[in-house]
Design a binder for this molecule. Structure first.
Ligand SMILES: *Cc1c(COP(=O)(O)O)cnc(C)c1O
Length: 345
């Protein structure tokens, strides 16, 4: 059996989760009749201190519904250069919301409030586009699982308030940030006008994300979700998996973080230019192959031939992501495979 570290989305529902799915009470969620979806939306809203939640099939849709609520057509959202919203949602904000985006670069995606606030241009008048919202990604995926410092988030909120700007949190992996820092979900929640969270990444559910905000924004987003083709029927079977994930799997992320660190330490021992293990804060191990005589695609092919799947996300950038279906024994095997693949010319 191959070891798959391409993403934390590759997990399969456990026996316990499948049991919860089988037993879930369901109804037609387009009519608001699915009790398991309703309780999931309420549960997550309460967890993050928000008024309401909306179940969505993907994190991209949850992000895009939030953006739609915050930014009017012709206005601007700003975000970090390598954020998921900007790079991995295929231009959805332009296509669906008719908005523009502008970006600030940050090393490893690490948030500095000043970087965002410096490029924000609210109320730009009749000739230039006006910024209306800022998006923050926590943890930062392409940054290598970077956790955003809570004091920078607080400073961003303060600056955004002074400029009259809204804040969106792309919290696909906010669970990992919470486990790494101990900062509560409510604390994270209080700085943002809209939040999206994913149940299908580290928490191991097969499908599902939730958008969180005020009652007013969520009821409007419900209409847009239907318009986007995201109105789902007896979808409590998926919400039950999400409940199960919240009940059982958040604490398991600490193991993913420990194994990611072990991978990073072993890889740095081969060549310290590949990764700084200090920078591995959560479950993502990003390898910089700049000093290596092979590309990320070549490395991914070599490890794949040896039974380890990793992602080549750039010409010289490879990514390994730990998850709940990856154990200590596989971690030792992965290290062996990487040792051989990384020393070969
Ligand atoms: C995975 C991810 C999403 C959502 O992705 P979907 O595949 O649409 O569910 C959003 N933001 C970040 C940072 C992600 O890593």
């Amino acid at each position: 059996m191959a070891i798959d570290l391409r993403s934390d989305t590759v997990t399969k529902p456990s026996a316990g989760m499948r049991d919860a799915i089988a037993k879930a009470p369901v109804g037609d969620d387009v009519y608001g009749d699915d009790p398991t979806v309703n309780s999931l939306e309420e549960r997550l809203a309460t967890l993050f201190g928000k008024e309401a939640g909306l179940f969505a099939p993907t994190g991209s849709m949850a992000n895009q519904l939030a953006i739609r609520m915050l930014v009017a057509p012709g206005q601007e959202l700003i975000a970090e250069t390598n954020s998921h919203i900007v790079r991995a949602e295929l231009g959805a904000a332009a296509v669906f919301s008719g908005i523009t985006t502008r970006t600030w670069p940050a090393t490893h995606g690490l948030l500095r409030a000043a970087d965002a606030l410096e490029i924000a241009r609210p109320d730009s008048g009749p000739y230039l586009v006006s910024t209306t919202a800022i998006a923050v990604e926590n943890t930062h995926n392409f940054g290598g699982g970077t956790v955003q410092p809570i004091d920078e988030i607080a400073a961003l909120r303060k600056g955004a308030d002074q400029m009259g700007l809204a804040l969106h949190l792309d919290g696909a992996r906010i669970w990992n940030a919470h486990i790494a820092t101990g900062v509560s979900f409510k604390e994270y929640g209080k700085y943002f006008d809209t939040i999206s969270v994913c149940l299908s990444k580290g928490l191991g559910a097969p499908v599902g994300s939730v958008m969180l905000s005020t009652k007013e924004r969520v009821s409007s987003a419900r209409i847009w979700r239907k318009r986007y083709g995201g109105g789902m029927r007896q979808v409590g079977i998926l919400a039950a998996a999400a409940h199960y994930a919240l009940d059982n799997n958040i604490q398991l992320l600490a193991q993913d973080h420990r194994r990611a660190k072990e991978l990073a330490v072993a890889i740095a021992a081969i060549d310290p230019s590949l990764i700084d293990p200090q920078g591995v804060q959560t479950n993502i191990v990003g390898l910089d192959l700049a000093a290596m005589p092979f590309s990320a695609a070549e490395l991914a092919q070599r490890t794949r031939d040896a039974g380890l799947w990793i992602s080549a996300l750039g010409p010289k950038y490879a990514r390994l992501v730990t998850h709940m279906d990856f154990d200590d024994e596989q971690c030792a095997q992965a290290i062996d495979i990487l040792k051989k693949a990384l020393v070969a010319k």
